[in-house]
Design a protein around this ligand. Structure first.
Ligand code: TXA
Ligand code: MG
Length: 320
């Protein structure tokens, strides 16, 4: 079983021994391993049951360290890195040959980010190698936002979880691809697309319906809870599921047709940042509530709301 604690040196010892550990970031918890060790990388894929075609994000301590791993760092990308890193932004850039193919899934690009959580910053600063870290959940499942979430699903398979408390952002990083002609948002996440669009007049955004994903995290039925989730409030009635057997995920008002005790309200004051922080915890709580179905509603489609709606649509896709 995983030990859970705040011992950076213990986490570092496991990582130096090419094992994998849970680490806190401001977005979601990661399952980290030495990004230059084939043994550690294989263990990440094994623990997560992740297909090898899905590349990993490289985590480094500082913006300055990025140049070491990429062959081209366009000025526009450097500017964004200085603006938003450390923080919930991942850049996809052309990689140097030293990055193992297991990290990049054989592509000539690497996704790279500088996490903002102080424990993980200190951990990265103490290590002589960068960390590869997918979200610390089984492939296709909801990302963890507490150490307990990691422990529940992966605790039996990993030696240590560095406990940094609940994640401040609660959604995975926004992925911005700078390897092509124009910058493209491949995954909406913890940094609002509007903040990028304000600085990039040639920005394009891959929408949720993408069936030929450039970032496999864009697979339609990702983030699936174990209980079916629908964005159609009328569906449980059509399927003859009683209100008592239906869980509700609402934004700032309860659904009238469901008992309030069955519902999780993301933010009573209608705050999208609070809603983002609560989203994955809410989905986990509802799916263990013994319901036959979960009904969710979209939140206002602005700022972090776009990323929340993206995750809800993917969770709902699992129904089909
Ligand atoms: O917030 C986050 O980004 C978290 C924390 C732990 O840092 N990590 C995370 O990793 O969400 P993961 O593995 O669950 O999602 C990474 C996504 C995947 O969809 C993957 O396909 C995409 O990043 N990705 C990685 N490398 C890529 C590349 N070279 N080009 C395009 N997409 C890439
Ligand atoms: Mg993930």
């Amino acid at each position: 079983m995983a030990r859970i604690g705040q011992d950076i040196q213990e986490a570092a010892r496991w990582l130096e021994a090419e094992d994998v550990v849970g680490i806190p970031t401001e977005t979601v918890y990661g399952l980290a391993g030495n990004a230059l060790s084939e043994k550690a990388l294989l263990r990440i894929f094994e623990v997560k049951q992740r297909p090898f075609f899905d590349p990993l994000i490289l985590h480094v301590a500082t913006v300055e360290a990025i140049g070491q791993w990429v062959s081209d760092f366009p000025p526009q990308a450097q500017h964004l890195a200085r603006m938003f890193m450390p923080g919930p932004l991942t850049l996809v850039l052309r990689k140097k040959a030293i990055i193992p193919d297991l990290v990049s899934a054989g592509m000539d690009t690497v996704a790279i980010r500088v996490p903002r959580h102080p424990l993980t910053q200190a951990l990265l600063a103490s290590l002589p190698f960068p960390l590869a870290a997918p979200s610390a959940n089984p492939f296709g499942y909801i990302s963890p936002t507490t150490a307990a979430h990691v422990d529940k699903q992966l605790g039996a398979l990993i030696p240590y979880i560095l406990d940094g408390g609940p994640c401040q952002v609660g959604l995975e990083s926004t992925i911005l691809d700078f390897s092509g002609e124009v910058p493209v948002v491949l995954r909406k996440g913890g940094l609002a697309v509007e903040q990028l669009a304000a600085l990039l007049d040639n920005l394009s955004v891959v929408e949720t319906s993408s069936s030929n994903p450039r970032a496999p995290g864009m697979l339609e039925s990702h983030y699936a809870p174990a209980t079916p989730l629908t964005l159609d409030e009328r569906l449980p009635a059509k399927l003859h599921i009683a209100p008592e057997k239906t869980g509700g995920l609402c934004f700032d008002h309860y659904f009238e047709h469901l008992p309030e005790s069955n519902q999780y309200m993301l933010s009573a004051k209608g705050d999208l940042e609070e809603a983002a922080r609560n989203l994955f915890k809410a989905l986990r709580q509802l799916e263990t509530g013994g319901y036959d179905m979960i009904v969710a509603e979209k939140v206002p489609d602005t700022g972090l709301g776009k990323a929340i709606n993206d995750r809800l649509m993917r969770a709902a896709k699992a129904l089909n």
